[in-house]
Design a binder for this molecule. Structure first.
Ligand SMILES: N[C@@H](CCC(=O)N[C@@H](CS)C(=O)NCC(=O)O)C(=O)O
Length: 266
């Protein structure tokens, strides 16, 4: 029996749910409420020392890190294999899986410095913000969260995020120039690894990152959105009424972000 600890709109949870849907894998769902701080409960910290989702349990084996969970499930439970077989495609897919660490950090940066920021600032005193940051087992993760909330797009993390996102989108555009999916003619592990991040950017109203410069990324996202795994793994978990708030919260920062974006070399 597979058990998945996850959160409804967490991008790292989304990509694992999409992958599990694609592999036809059922799981026992353990939802963690990140807003209520359930990730910091002692029982959960024993499974995931960074207090983040997702965490997979397979017959007592604990697997953390969303990209590693996808790779593990594909190897252990998916005869059809989403990991491409060819030498070059496989090397590229493994690189995308590794790059997800930086890409996730970038998505986290843009989410908390724009759409999520106003609500958290409005409902927490400065002392409470300090306390929120102090809960992270990794003090640098806590410092980052505080910096994003206090400084918004002026945070030192934003420049780094834009560099990694531009690299991601430029590289996706290049690969997608002559194929439908990153791993070839069919959805592969790279496509699964990246869908939630690109989807989040669009939901934040930041599709201007690719609409003119990297249009194949938009085609790829639209193709994903017609699939059943996307509906099961992402769309089905979006709380009713939350989509507009995220789009409005992100879109109002777009002009400032766009100015910064255009200065980032591709
Ligand atoms: N590199 C990790 C990142 C996991 C991560 O940061 N997850 C976020 C949700 S996408 C989380 O649990 N955040 C907890 C929090 O914000 O307190 C992975 O890919 O699994």
């Amino acid at each position: 029996m597979l058990i998945l600890y996850h959160a409804p709109t967490s991008v790292c949870s989304q990509k694992v749910r999409v992958g599990m849907a694609l592999m036809g894998l059922a799981y026992e769902s353990r939802l963690i409420n990140l807003q209520k701080g359930e990730q910091f409960a002692a029982d959960y910290l024993r499974l995931n020392r960074d207090a983040v989702v997702p965490t997979l349990i397979d017959d007592g084996l604990v697997v953390v890190e969303s990209s590693l969970i996808l790779e593990y499930l594909d190897r252990a439970h998916n005869a059809a294999r989403l990991m491409p077989a060819g030498r070059a495609d496989r090397a590229q897919a493994q690189h995308w899986l590794l790059r997800c660490l930086a890409i996730h950090a970038a998505i986290n940066t843009l989410s908390f410095s724009t759409a999520f920021r106003a609500g958290i600032l409005a409902s927490n005193t400065p002392e409470q913000i300090d306390a929120l940051a102090a809960r992270f087992p990794d003090p640098v993760m806590g410092q980052k969260r505080k910096d994003l909330l206090l400084n918004g797009l002026a945070s030192v993390y934003v420049g780094q995020a834009l560099v990694h996102l531009r690299r991601m989108l430029a590289d996706m555009q290049a690969v997608l120039a002559d194929r439908a999916w990153l791993d070839g003619d069919a959805i592969g592990l790279s496509d699964v690894a990246l869908i939630a991040y690109v989807d989040r950017l669009e939901r934040l109203g930041m599709d201007g990152f690719w609409s003119t410069e990297y249009p194949r990324v938009g085609d790829w996202l639209q193709a994903w959105r017609t699939t059943a795994p996307y509906a099961t793994g992402i769309e089905a978990f979006v709380p009713p009424g939350s989509a507009d708030a995220m789009r409005t919260g992100g879109t109002k920062h777009w002009p400032a972000l766009n100015d910064r974006w255009r200065a980032i070399p591709s």
